[in-house]
Ligand binder design. Structure first.
Ligand code: ATR
Length: 279
């Protein structure tokens, strides 16, 4: 059994609500694996209390935290030092406190997405990638894909949001939502960043009839683990990459900042977290 002492390093995840978060499970799995004297706890924090809680955590000696909905933009405002990725996103999901009293922040979602594809041996340089959606998740994914040398095209139900995203990123093409199905043949990778296919959300028919046989299909939704899009791709014999790996990879940077070990994403961790999704 792993016990924590008075010297334990403490980190947290802040959200409202927070009960659904799998981050405590996965960070505590790594803490156990590496026999680290530390803990990672869920904190249900209302928007109006967020800033005070961050200051309180810093004063109480926390090493840092993850933040999730609805705090990612507010967390950006709390940071003293942010990197280029955070500036481009206008939001952060990972904060760490340093001994000089500074709050550092970055957004690891996009890097987590790219690392998950690389784990599945998908290369991205010069690849044509079609992104479904233009929300916050699409912004992270698109930015990291561009950094990796991919050529991105965005399609979104609300065209103006796609146009705004391409303007903000300074790169990328747009196609109309009604056209993506018949245009699919020209792409190497298809990624869903919308909530379509998520448990309890709107039904949607992902029609992949025009896909080339080498298309790689990935989803950032991971509940259910095999989403309707991934199911459609598997039926056509296409290569698929599950969204769960993005969640696991985005967690790595925070863990290494707070606990001093760079953890790995492997089969054992993936199955451990996947099992928790069945309940
Ligand atoms: P997130 O930050 O998780 O990306 P979001 O900003 O609410 O969340 O974005 C959700 C995405 O799913 C958007 O691209 C949204 O399309 P709109 O911009 O048109 O709202 C997309 N989405 C949600 N429901 C959809 C539906 N029924 N059909 C098509 N797209 C949908």
């Amino acid at each position: 059994m792993q016990l924590i002492t008075g010297k334990a390093k403490i980190a947290a995840v802040l959200g409202w609500p927070i009960e659904h978060s799998r981050s405590p499970l996965l960070h505590n799995f790594w803490l156990q694996r590496h026999q680290i004297d530390g803990a990672y706890i869920p904190l249900a924090v209302k928007a109006e209390d967020f800033k005070n809680v961050i200051q309180g955590m810093k004063a109480a000696g926390f090493k840092g935290c993850n933040v999730t909905i609805p705090h990612k933009e507010a967390a950006y405002q709390c940071c003293d030092i942010v990197d280029e990725t955070a500036k481009k996103m206008g939001s952060v999901n990972t904060l760490w406190f340093t001994e000089d009293g500074k709050i550092h922040g970055t957004s690891t979602d996009g890097d987590g997405f790219v690392a998950n594809l690389k784990d599945a041996d998908v290369t991205l340089t010069d690849k044509k990638v079609l992104i479904l959606g233009a929300g916050g998740a699409a912004r992270s994914v698109a930015y990291s894909l561009i950094q990796d040398g991919a050529q991105i095209t965005i399609t979104n139900r609300t065209l103006q949001r796609a146009e705004q995203l391409v303007r903000d990123l300074g790169a990328g093409q747009i196609i109309e939502w009604q056209s993506w199905i018949k245009e699919l043949g020209q792409f190497d990778v298809l990624v869903n960043t919308t909530s379509l296919g998520m448990e309890g959300k709107d039904d949607y028919l992902f029609d992949l009839q025009h896909a080339s046989k080498d298309l790689v299909v990935t989803d950032i939704v991971y509940v259910p683990r095999i989403t309707p899009l991934l199911e459609a791709a598997e039926l056509k014999g296409l290569k698929t990459v599950e969204g769960l790996g993005m969640l696991l990879h985005q967690a790595r940077l925070g863990f290494s900042k707070w606990f001093g070990v760079d953890p790995v994403v492997d089969h054992e961790l993936t199955e451990f977290v996947a099992n928790s999704l069945k309940k």
